[in-house]
Write a protein that binds this ligand. Structure first.
Ligand code: NAP
Length: 199
């Protein structure tokens, strides 16, 4: 079993995240990508515009229909600060024979050495850093050179997609269309719940 945990705030989940998980699944022949919306991020005080339940629900809507995608409530239900190493420890215990991967954005990965127990994390799981077109890859290779050489960090480029959650939130606040930047079900959910609007 090759399991990738796809960690992120997903505020909101957009096509870049989905293309990224799909790319990782096909490139590394993974059995499953488990989307893991952060519950209580260690590095952010408040998440703008959407609750944990909203973020979880948007992930569920976006991933239905892909048999290799699932969403986990683990970090949301844990009601503790979401340290990635604790999440990976949990899955390591639950699935001792699985090959574990952790996918997240390159910006987040750049700070990994400041996360809790990064060495242990990188021993238990291979890290997949997702970049956008135009992202300066040398930033990653500089900071994480040792781990790249040891093949414990891999870099994938999300093909052709420069979208970000910040862009989506800003567009909603400015009254601009987000159609096709997020899945249609997610767009409708954002509209119905009035998320990210300027108050
Ligand atoms: P973030 O600041 O929201 O994201 C950093 C960058 O990565 C953003 O550009 C973001 O783009 C992108 N990104 C995030 N998740 C992605 C994904 N799965 N695929 C592609 N791009 C992605 O960082 P975050 O989302 O809060 O944190 C990312 C993960 O790292 C979470 O699982 C978090 O729990 C973990 N983390 C752990 C620690 C720790 O253990 N101490 C500390 C920090 C982060 P979008 O805005 O478009 O998503």
């Amino acid at each position: 079993m090759k399991l990738a945990i796809m960690g992120g705030t997903f505020n909101p989940i957009h096509i870049g995240h989905l293309v990224c998980a799909e790319e990782a699944v096909s490139r590394y022949r993974l059995d499953k990508a488990l989307f893991m919306p952060t519950g209580f991020p260690p590095h952010k005080e408040i998440l703008e515009g959407a609750s944990s339940e909203h973020r979880f629900r948007m992930c569920t809507i976006a991933t239905e229909g892909n048999p290799r995608f699932e969403v986990s409530r683990f970090e949301i239900d844990r009601r503790q600060v979401s340290y990635t190493v604790n999440t990976i420890r949990h899955f390591r215990r639950e699935m001792p024979d699985a090959e574990l991967y952790f996918i997240t954005g390159a910006d987040a990965v750049l700070e990994i050495l400041e996360w809790k127990d990064p060495q242990e994390l990188l021993t238990m799981a291979t890290l997949i850093a997702a970049t956008r077109p135009g992202y300066p890859l040398d930033k990653i290779s500089g900071a994480l050179d040792v781990f790249l050489r040891e093949n414990r960090v891999k870099i994938i480029e999300i093909p052709g997609i420069g979208v970000s959650s910040t862009l989506i939130r800003n567009r909603v606040a400015e009254g601009k269309s987000i159609r096709y930047l997020v899945l249609e079900g997610v767009r409708q959910f954002i509209q119905e719940k009035g998320l990210y609007r300027k108050t």
